[in-house]
Design a protein around this ligand. Structure first.
Ligand code: ADP
Length: 221
């Protein structure tokens, strides 16, 4: 089963592309959704995070106040590392569980939707890397529009990640999301069709039951 790591930079359009892939029938494992579930009260990350960051990160409803946590973490790299040390191993374990389930179901390829694929070192654990790319100005503009941030806040969030052009340089597939959604959808459809084709599941393939060779789409990383 081919593992595709889908990533981008904040507000580059990764969630948009992830949604398009689901619409095409691709199995998508969503790292953010996993993180959210882990951090719910009673989830395995909740207690360690409260112990590490104190009651200021707990909201009045007893759940983690993600904005308060984000403020601490973005302001202080040490805090970020501490949070990552708690969350990353738990996310990795849940992803492996979901991957195993898709493998048992005979799926030829799975998309791992991971915002910080490179930063978390998960790029080494996938067969193909897809990066959703926009130029920095578009990124800042879409981030500000989506999250209501000031210019300075938006740039601070960008600075906490690898520059997108460095990620794109390491990608097997770059989805250029500078254009409109239709242009992006066309690229996503073509890239997913290539994966299915390589696995023998595309329009010219033998359909379900033909496993093909998923690694053929692997790009040789
Ligand atoms: P990410 O998941 O990478 O943080 P999103 O998919 O949420 O990014 O996209 C960031 C914002 O930009 C969202 O508000 C989204 O609706 C918008 N957006 C994404 N792609 C496009 C596009 N091609 N044209 C216009 N707006 C877009």
């Amino acid at each position: 089963m081919l593992r595709i790591g889908l990533t981008g930079g904040i507000a580059s359009g990764k969630s948009t592309v992830s949604r398009m892939l689901r619409e095409l029938g691709a199995p998508v494992i969503d790292a953010d959704a996993i993180v959210h579930a882990l951090q719910e009260p009673g989830g395995p990350a909740y207690g360690p995070i409260v112990a590490a960051f104190g009651p200021s990160v707990v909201g009045p409803d007893g759940r983690l106040d993600r904005r308060a946590l984000a403020r601490q973490v973005f302001a202080d790299p040490d805090c970020r590392r501490r949070l990552e040390a708690i969350v990353h191993p738990l996310v990795a374990a849940e992803m492996e569980r979901e991957l195993a389930a898709y493998a048992r179901a005979g799926r030829p390829a799975v998309v791992l939707d991971v915002p910080l694929l490179f930063e978390a070192g998960l790029d080494r654990q996938v067969d193909q890397i897809w990066v959703v790319y926009v130029d920095p100005e578009t990124q800042v503009r879409r981030l500000r529009e989506r999250d209501g941030l000031t210019e300075a806040e938006a740039r601070q969030r960008l600075a906490a990640q690898w520059p997108l052009n460095e990620k794109a340089a390491r990608a097997h597939v770059v989805i250029d999301n500078r254009g409109d959604l239709a242009a992006t959808r066309a690229q996503v459809e073509a890239a997913w069709a290539r994966v299915l084709e390589a696995a023998g599941r595309g329009p010219g393939g033998q359909g379900a039951g033909d496993q093909g060779d998923p690694a053929r789409g692997g790009g040789g990383r």
